[in-house]
Design a protein around this ligand. Sequence first.
Ligand code: A5P
Length: 234
Amino acid sequence: MSRNPKDEEKDKEREAMKKRAGESAASVVEDGDVVGLGTGSTAAYAIRALGRRVEEGLDVRGVPTSHGARALAVEEGVPLTSLDVETPDVAIDGADAFDASLNLVKGGGAAHAREKVVALSSDRVVIVADETKEREQLDVPVPLELLDFAVPHVRERVEELGGEFSLRESGGKDGPVVSDNGNVVADADFDGYDAPELAEELDSVTGVVEHGIFVGIADEVHVGRGDSVEVLRR
Ligand code: A5P
């Protein structure tokens, strides 16, 4: 089925905003830096831009947040290291939604657990997103990585908190998405929520390995808006 040309134009504009945001974040990286490499299509633009800078002589080492980020970094020639060896000067990552306080929802790519560890290990956290991710109040479903064994318990707790729980169906296999850490992934859908409050509630649900609400973690969001990039700071 062919797509409406207007929708195609919108997709192209959005892609251009994501690219500008990613490249803007890559430009903050300095020679000698260790960089947390985020997951997703916007962070991928930053990884590609870093690859180009490496080709021009930049000395960096990346800490990937997923198999996907690692594979892209290898393809783009960004040398890799790990948290066992050194901690990032800056982490660059995407988001599914952000608000004016720079609270984030992450995990659309099921990588939020490693993304949170890398972000919290980094001196500076730079988020990249296009303007469609901006919300006055966060309302997008919250990704959860959880122990398979704990699904019934977590479902019940999410429902008690007023949310709707659904296991995330995988595209390339039968059954749910399984994270890079071997845990199942679900989404908890709440109407507009107070991010710090909900984050605290979800922190206390046994069986949840990590949820996708990031409070007080992002230092900056580079937002692709039209033809420019706006940098929001905390
Ligand atoms: C990966 O799990 C996510 O946290 C991504 O960073 C987030 O989903 C944003 O991805 P896009 O840039 O592809 O929208």
